[in-house]
Design a protein around this ligand. Structure first.
Ligand code: SF4
Length: 315
């Protein structure tokens, strides 16, 4: 039977899964909201990916994203990798000469600079919400419009409002002020898109040389208003790939191909009970918090201990 590789990217907002073949073609994919429970989200993704019979054997599993270690333990992954490497590998598999990856997700953003398929520099922002999807969603609510409509509304603007891009609080109060001054909805929405792009360039990409080709991905890349704002500010072409939201999952699935093969069967994943707890080691003043993952009441993995005294027995 032919071989397939599974990649899972678990973020705080969304969970993505892809199944690729040996030539890196996507066989199936799934994207859904994490909703505060990475374990349930991954179970749902797997259910979706394998709901129809597939003529492939899954021999490799890779995980990335903020809950990569937890989900890697649960799925007995062949590889667990950080988001920078996973996104770089995934994107360069589709756009081999990519120079810059702009990634803006629901709650964080990153920039990855590449040369000849190798990461030369990167930066991440996990602290400031002003340049992320959650900021745009809350402003869409405030304006009474669907965030999905932001892009096409922004494109109608002739004169984007200049909004404070530095942080969420300033941008919000400025937005109210501009509405009171009589700016049209189109100009305010275009101004918001511009403030997301400016915030990113000032805080995440600051001081970095943005080389072409530039690929824009993450949930916010679906917003054509932000794409256009980047193009206008940088005066450079910004590409949005069809599967841009899946790049982390694709990248880690590709990386799993270099690891020793295992046999996987996810048909009963729904019936397996996983639990995560934590304990504090009190053998020294460091008081390490140790995260424990249990499968059907047996410990399958633990981490967080800074020395071997805090190691737990794995069943
Ligand atoms: S795991 Fe090691 S470093 Fe951490 S609290 Fe226990 S003894 Fe101290």
């Amino acid at each position: 039977m032919k071989k397939a590789y599974l990649g899972i990217d678990i973020g705080s907002i969304s969970t993505k899964g892809v199944l690729i073949d040996e030539e890196n073609h996507i066989l199936r994919s799934s994207y859904l909201w994490t909703e505060g429970s990475p374990i349930n989200a991954v179970k749902k993704v797997l259910k979706e990916l394998f709901k129809e019979k597939i003529e492939y054997n899954v021999v490799g599993v890779g995980t990335t994203g903020s809950a990569r270690k937890l989900i890697g333990s649960i799925l007995n992954a062949t590889i667990v990798k950080n988001e920078i490497t996973a996104h770089a590998i995934g994107t360069s598999s589709i756009c081999p000469n990519v120079g810059t990856i702009i990634e803006i997700g629901g709650q964080d953003s990153k920039i990855i600079l590449m040369e000849d398929g190798i990461v030369t520099d990167y930066a991440m922002n996990t602290l400031c919400a002003a340049g992320t999807g959650s900021f745009l969603s809350s402003q869409a609510n405030r304006l009474g419009i669907q965030v999905e409509d932001f892009g096409k509304i922004a494109l109608k603007s002739k004169n984007p409002a200049l909004l404070a891009a530095r942080c969420t609080v300033f941008a919000e109060s400025d937005l109210v002020h501009k509405a009171q001054l009589g700016y049209s909805k189109e100009d305010i929405v275009a101004g918001l898109c511009r403030s997301v792009a400016l915030n990113y360039l000032n805080n995440v990409a600051k001081g970095k040389k943005i080389n072409e080709p530039i690929v824009f991905q993450g949930g916010v890349s679906k917003n054509i208003g932000v794409q256009k704002a980047f193009e206008d500010i940088l005066n450079k072409k910004i590409d949005v790939l069809d599967n841009g939201h899946l790049m982390g999952a694709i990248g880690v699935a590709i990386l799993s191909k270099n690891e020793e093969e295992k046999k996987y069967d996810f048909s009963n994943i729904d019936q397996v009970h996983f639990e995560t707890t934590s304990v504090n080691c009190n053998r020294c003043p460091n008081n390490c918090e140790i995260i424990i993952v249990k499968k059907d009441k047996k410990i399958i993995d633990s981490w967080g201990n800074r020395c071997e005294k805090g190691e737990l027995k794995i069943c």
